[in-house]
Design a protein around this ligand. Structure first.
Ligand code: ATP
Ligand code: MG
Length: 250
């Protein structure tokens, strides 16, 4: 297993006491029983491949009534009576032979029912120990999807400026155009970067997927070491895209 898998990054981040409250509980599971034990503890859980999948092969499982499970996959939701049926559905659809993580589902803020999260890019300045946030963009899920990834394989989702997304969202108590929320997002992304830095020495760029729930609490969903930049090309204003690229070249 490569050391940049999601479990490795989560285990590193969770050691930081301040980040702990920003990380959804996550576990690795290898048996069906371990999976159900985890599902039992939360209203909904996400199952995702440990090594990343660009939004594909990710499932949301909820026990909607006793022994009745809903599995949300892509833009479809199916209900199963009994764990056996639910588990076979997952097993048949999951990425073959790949290890999965189970993570507590965070009820992300939404715009007209479509959830969104924020991609935050952090880069190291040349010849210094300074890290700076060079880009952020809101990824809005497509109609009926819970994953916010926006790519050709999924054919869903859209990208918008962070301030615009916060303003249009169901997050309560935003009375300053979301400025406080955005500076908190940046602070947490920088703290996460500094926590990962000793493990990935010399690595110059991180891309975080950060969620905000309707109470305005910030969650780190994942840390990418090789973040794609295409999200930033989808914004009308391409300034961030060029800033990130220029810095990456150096
Ligand atoms: N715990 C969670 N709660 C709510 N939504 C989640 C959670 N985990 C994942 N998601 C949704 O699914 C999307 C994809 O998950 P994640 O970013 O962890 O994997 P990925 O993008 O497939 O991985 P990679 O970028 O490494 O290919 C997230 O951007 C988010 O929209
Ligand atoms: Mg991601």
């Amino acid at each position: 297993m490569p050391i940049w898998d999601k479990w490795e990054k989560y285990s590193t981040l969770i050691k930081n006491k301040e980040l702990e409250k920003h990380l959804p509980e996550t576990t690795r599971f290898s048996t069906e029983k371990e999976l159900w034990d985890f599902v039992y503890r939360y209203p909904s859980v996400i199952l995702k491949p440990i090594d990343g999948s660009r939004g594909r092969k990710i499932f949301k499982v909820s026990e909607v009534e006793s022994d009745k499970f809903e599995i949300h996959y892509l833009n479809s939701r199916e209900v199963f009576i009994g764990r056996n049926y639910a588990y076979s559905y997952f097993k048949n659809k999951k990425a073959p032979r790949r290890t999965y993580l189970a993570q507590r589902y965070i009820s992300l803020a939404n715009i007209q029912g479509c959830p969104f999260d924020i991609r935050v890019i952090v880069q190291k300045q040349k010849n210094s120990n300074n890290w700076i946030v060079t880009g952020k963009a809101a990824k809005l899920a497509g109609q009926g999807f819970f994953v916010t990834n926006n790519n050709n394989q999924l054919r869903s989702g859209s990208i918008l400026p962070v301030a615009e997304a916060i303003k249009a969202s169901n997050i309560h108590k935003v009375d300053d155009n979301g400025e406080k929320l955005v500076s908190e997002l940046e602070r947490i992304a920088l703290l996460a970067t500094k926590t990962l830095e000793p493990i990935y020495q010399g690595h110059p760029i991180y891309g975080f997927d950060m969620g905000i729930d309707s109470d305005g609490h910030i969650w780190i969903i994942e840390a990418n070491l090789n973040p794609g930049l295409s999200y930033f090309l989808k914004l009308a204003d391409k300034t961030m895209y060029y800033t990130i690229k220029k810095m990456r070249k150096r």
